[in-house]
Design a binder for this molecule. Structure first.
Ligand SMILES: Cc1cc2nc3c(=O)[nH]c(=O)nc-3n(C[C@H](O)[C@H](O)[C@H](O)COP(=O)(O)O)c2cc1C
Length: 353
């Protein structure tokens, strides 16, 4: 069990830790576990993600007053208890009956922000009713009418930003053979995302270009972040095209296998983008200490994918809250020990080499 200068002790069972996945394996149907855990092809990128954060070393500051540590951040107008957000992940009703609604409630109780997948298994209005601040993730589909209707519906339901995922023009095979997914087949929405998504109009549009960013902004009036960027030149092109934020991601290793680790991609992107827009990152972030590394490498916030699914499977909304609290507590402790009691004081000088 961890505790720190601020925050509650985390649940002894559910905490931000590399081993959480094994606890979840025991409670999930095998097909759901495999769907969530899988990477694409040989799973090289998925396997490398965690180690890339763990390889970094700190050069901590001493003799700073760290009696009062504050992990709070402001992100595109939302005040958050910590810079750890829930990444968009599809089909959460396989993890818990309440699915995305339970995740939203758990994240809200922890004072953070959820990104709702456009492949969600709960309606956006129901998620919005349980959520604090939330953003809506968008795949630009071959049938743009579906995309527009999804965006209009999420905007009307209260999404505060859109997250356009751009690293998935096609979906490669996963390493694990995908068994039939344990989705409730009687549910209209599950039919739509589980089976309907294999209809041609529901595939991602592989001809997508930079103009989609402006189009989504015009349609919704919302800030548009671009998720799935690994190169500084792409990040700059997105900013020039009107992106309100860039999310450094390789989709948890589920798209191009052998895509570089996000810990390695982040520094050049953060340097290139500077203060123009916030740079976020996800992929393999498993502890609050990983979060401190990511912030020191230039991220304004991080997103967490699979650990939220594991916590949701283990204990629903309460599990998600415990997970987020434990990330915050671990981050707070690491900030104190590194001599950076405010998020604004975290920078590259905290890293060795
Ligand atoms: C089961 C699963 C489903 C996902 N579904 C989506 C999705 O619908 N949209 C999206 O943009 N990213 C999706 N992602 C990618 C996540 O948003 C995120 O980039 C990734 O999970 C981060 O890595 P981590 O799981 O190691 O934290 C999914 C990832 C997983 C594991």
């Amino acid at each position: 069990m961890t505790s720190g200068p601020v925050g509650l002790p985390a649940s002894p069972r559910i905490s931000a830790a590399v081993g959480l996945q094994e606890l979840a394996r025991a409670v999930l149907p095998a097909a759901a576990f495999d769907f969530y855990a899988a990477g694409s092809n040989e799973e090289i990128s998925t396997a490398e993600a965690v180690g890339a954060w763990r390889a970094r070393r700190f050069a901590p500051r001493v003799l700073r007053d760290v009696s009062d540590v504050d992990t709070a951040v402001e992100l595109l107008g939302s005040r958050l208890a910590s810079p750890v957000l829930a990444a968009p992940t599809a089909l959460q009703r396989m993890a818990h009956d309440e699915g995305e609604v339970a995740t939203a409630a758990g994240i809200a109780a922890a004072g953070s922000l959820m990104v709702l997948s456009s492949r969600a298994t709960r309606y956006p209005e129901d998620v919005a009713a349980a959520a604090g601040p939330w953003w809506y993730q968008v795949y630009w589909l071959r049938d743009p009418g579906i995309t527009r209707r999804q965006v209009e519906r999420a905007t009307a339901a209260g999404a505060r930003a859109l997250v356009l995922t751009v690293d998935a023009p096609y979906v490669p095979p996963k390493a694990t053979p995908q068994l039939p997914l344990p989705l409730p087949q009687d549910d209209e929405l599950c039919r739509l995302v589980g089976l309907g998504s294999r209809l041609p109009g529901w595939e991602q549009d592989p001809s997508l270009g930079l103009d989609a960013i402006g189009e989504l902004h015009q349609l919704s009036g919302l800030p548009v972040l671009v998720k799935g960027v690994l190169r500084a030149d792409d990040a700059l092109a997105c900013v020039a095209a009107g992106a309100a934020g860039v999310i450094v991601s390789n989709h948890g290793g589920r798209q191009l296998d052998r895509a570089m680790a996000t810990a390695d991609a982040l520094p050049a992107i953060a340097r290139a983008v500077g203060d123009a827009v916030p740079v976020l990152v996800d992929g393999g972030i498993r502890t609050g200490t990983d979060v401190l590394v990511a912030l020191a490498l230039g991220a304004r916030a991080v997103l967490v994918g699979r650990p939220v699914l594991w916590a949701l499977a283990l204990d629903g909304a309460a599990g998600v809250t415990a997970l987020l609290e434990s990330y915050r507590t671990q981050l707070s402790t690491a900030m104190a020990l590194a001599g950076a009691p405010r998020v604004a004081e975290i920078d590259g000088s905290l890293l060795h080499g």
